[in-house]
Design a protein around this ligand. Structure first.
Ligand SMILES: [Zn+2]
Length: 336
């Protein structure tokens, strides 16, 4: 099945074409990281940019993941390519967006009861605060500009961030405590480690969870795009697409007990808090057969939605009908 491609600039189209025909890019098969089987159904042949990255669903446990995926060498090539710059780093005005992000964060620093109906930047902090856990130091991996950490500074916590991009760490240098690096560069221990829209990018999440377990005194927070009523947007920078079930089982197998997970109705992002376990590990359990059925179901609904949008676009009435889209989808029971 072809995944719908979003609007691309001419430059982006050229780079995608070049990348897809580059013979130096090689792919490897990956077994399911949750149940270890290699029995899958292909969902899509390409991602939302048109890159020929396939997405599959494990027929046994329902995990959705990129497979076959780029080898580590090809991935390094991808991240240093023009294509990556063209599609993922288009807004190049880092300094300007840093200031805007800081201003935005500073405007809404008050912690309140979390509201999962509509997404807002501080929702993850409200989710964590609502669980009444005890912690003093916070470390965010993939901290970007460090704007997520401002919330914790305001709460009186000790904050630290690791960010792979040299460019981003340079901007934040004096204002927020961020060092260039990633999971392998963890040195000290922290009461809680934060992975916000990072876990779905990891190449070897099981191994990374082991390292994280060694560097957290207690807690791990993860926020990822979820497959709830739709499958999360397909992009080749993501290696995995989780439901609460698959995420909780994978993390619990690596020695963490689930405290709570939930999702935002608006964006379908999953929020989950875990506690490092020191003696008995409660592996999170779910029904594999129901999970596979659920994924097949939302996959089929997605494809009907894609078909309707495509037909309306071809007919030239898509924009005209846009205001009624929600209503129509509701009637068809395809909406969230
Ligand atoms: Zn599986």
């Amino acid at each position: 099945m072809k995944y719908p491609i979003q609007n691309l600039s001419n430059n982006q189209k050229i780079e995608v074409k070049k990348f897809n025909s580059n013979e130096e890019i090689s792919y490897v098969d990956l077994s399911c990281i949750n149940c270890n089987l290699s029995d899958y159904k292909k969902l899509y042949d390409n991602d939302r940019h048109g890159i020929l990255q396939k997405t599959v669903m494990c027929n046994n446990c329902g995990l959705v993941y990129s497979n076959p995926r780029m080898t580590k060498n090809s991935l390094e090539y991808f991240y240093s390519s023009n294509l990556y710059r063209e599609i993922y780093q288009k807004s190049d005005d880092f300094e300007h967006s840093f200031k805007i992000k800081i201003e935005e964060a500073n405007k809404n620093l008050e912690t309140k009861k979390p509201n999962f109906e509509k997404y807002y930047p501080g929702l993850f902090v409200d989710f964590i605060s609502d669980l009444n856990i005890n912690y003093n130091s916070v470390c965010e991996i993939g901290a970007g500009y460090g704007t997520n950490l401002i919330y914790f500074t305001k709460l009186g916590k000790k904050t630290f961030g690791l960010e792979p991009s040299i460019k981003l760490t340079k901007i934040t240098n004096n204002e927020i405590n961020i060092k260039q690096g990633f999971i392998n560069d963890l040195k000290d221990n922290h009461d809680i480690i934060i992975l916000k829209h990072v876990f779905e990018h990891l190449y070897d999440p099981i191994n990374d969870l082991k390292k994280i377990k060694n560097h957290t005194n207690n807690y791990l927070f993860i926020e990822v795009p979820g497959n709830i009523k739709r499958i999360a947007s397909i992009q080749n920078a993501h290696n995995f697409y989780f439901t609460e079930n698959t995420l909780n089982q994978i993390v619990s197998k690596s020695g963490f007990d689930l405290i709570k997970s939930t999702y935002c109705k608006d964006t379908e992002f999953i929020f989950a808090l875990y506690k490092k376990n020191n003696s008995t590990n409660k592996i999170f359990d779910y029904n594999y057969i129901n999970e596979v059925k659920k994924i097949k179901n939302i996959y089929n609904n997605d494809n009907i939605r894609f078909f309707i949008s495509k037909t309306l676009k071809i007919l030239g009435v898509y924009n005209l009908l846009l205001p009624f889209r929600k209503m129509v989808l509701k009637i068809l029971k395809l909406s969230k």
